[in-house]
Design a protein around this ligand. Sequence first.
Ligand code: AMP
Ligand code: MG
Length: 464
Amino acid sequence: MPTPLPAPYLVALSPSAVDLLGLAPARLADADYLATMVGNSVPDSSLPLAAVYSGHQFGVWAGQLGDGRAILLGDIATAQGPMELQWKGAGLTPYSRMGDGRAVLRSSIREFLCSEAMDALGIPSSRALSVAGSDQGVMRETVETSAVVLRLAPSFVRFGSFEHWFYKNRPEQLKILADYVIDRFYPDLRAEANPYQALLAEVTRRTAHMIAHWQAVGFMHGVMNTDNMSILGQTLDYGPFGFMEAFDSQHICNHTDQQGRYSYANQPQVGHWNCYALGQALLPLIGEVEAAQEALDVYQGAFAAKISELLHAKLGLSSELDGDQALFDAMFSLMHENHVDFTLFFRRLGGLQLDNPAADEPLRDLFIDRPAFDAWAVSYRERLRQQDGGDAERKAAMDAVNPKYVLRNYLAQVAIEKAQKKDFTEVARLLSVLRRPFDEQPEHEHYAALPPDWASHLEVSCSS
Ligand code: AMP
Ligand code: MG
């Protein structure tokens, strides 16, 4: 059962999640709604539970983890199928280990905003309905106040849920879990000769696609441990994540990750490694090592096809031609050498006019080495001339895939600092901007700007 949170107050609600759940907007301010959002009141139809799982953390077997501060309320029917609701930060569970079962306001606002922002970017993700706070203090590096996020996903089963039963040597539990996941989320796989192999192949494919999406928007998860990998291929467990600003393929967003295991450049490979950990756990059900290997081999092709599709769309290229990879490679090296802001680059690239290099100025301004940019722009224009379609049409297509607004760390930080002083307006404003990431929103232009100087000292860590 959740532990009551003293004197809770609502920090933010996601209108789109309210819609999805079919909640009555007029009642959302009612005290009983808030009580349910933080776990102070448990609906009669709910049988709360915390799930056990294990996992590999930073490449090392960590043993049993489990929902140390997340509690499932149950599920609810929506237009997107049944959605599970989970309180995060609602107190001690049998799996809390050394933790206090709570989450701080800072990390709760980050999870709330980012899950809703990722969904709006079209990237598979868990969602969040609400974040509510309390003045109850919790100890981290300093004393912070606590909060509860009510989050949603069709399932919170993780790769680590399977690893748990494998490493406990409990094949009958492993089978119950795999059968549940197949029957509920992958029913088509029942028709396959080896449904467990098919499950591994499908999860591998979805994971590769999810990570291709991350790479294409410059999202870094920060803690890609196998206990944070969803069996549905959705982004899950937002902690020390970051969006790439000045491009550096080796960038590490999590201050705790000193080795850079989860750097931007490593994410695709780590995704594959995590699928291997899942494959190992499913092996008793799959049978042959070769069959598991075959399923895992889906990864490279699925990732390569998806990232190519996404990059072509980002550059406004309507078909794939030989030589495109060289164009992309040259672009990323140039971005790296010039520390070019990832989001601004792609957005401004959409404004490039085929026959008017003078209009390149805002884009060109992002580069220190202007002649190097000009040289790349020559090859990009040559490539564009190999397809039909005008500037306006290409810009519209590119603007629909290159976001103008992403959750830069400093934007989250500003909203958090205001919320810590009980001004919740900025969280709501930022959410509404991030829910329309591809729209121009001239009144919110400053949310698309480069981070201010003070932001270069911002650090995010596993502390949450
Ligand atoms: P994370 O790095 O947030 O994915 O957490 C890893 C594991 O630690 C999971 O089992 C979490 O439930 C658990 N955990 C993290 N923070 C706390 C906390 N404050 N209290 C209890 N368990 C926690
Ligand atoms: Mg986690």
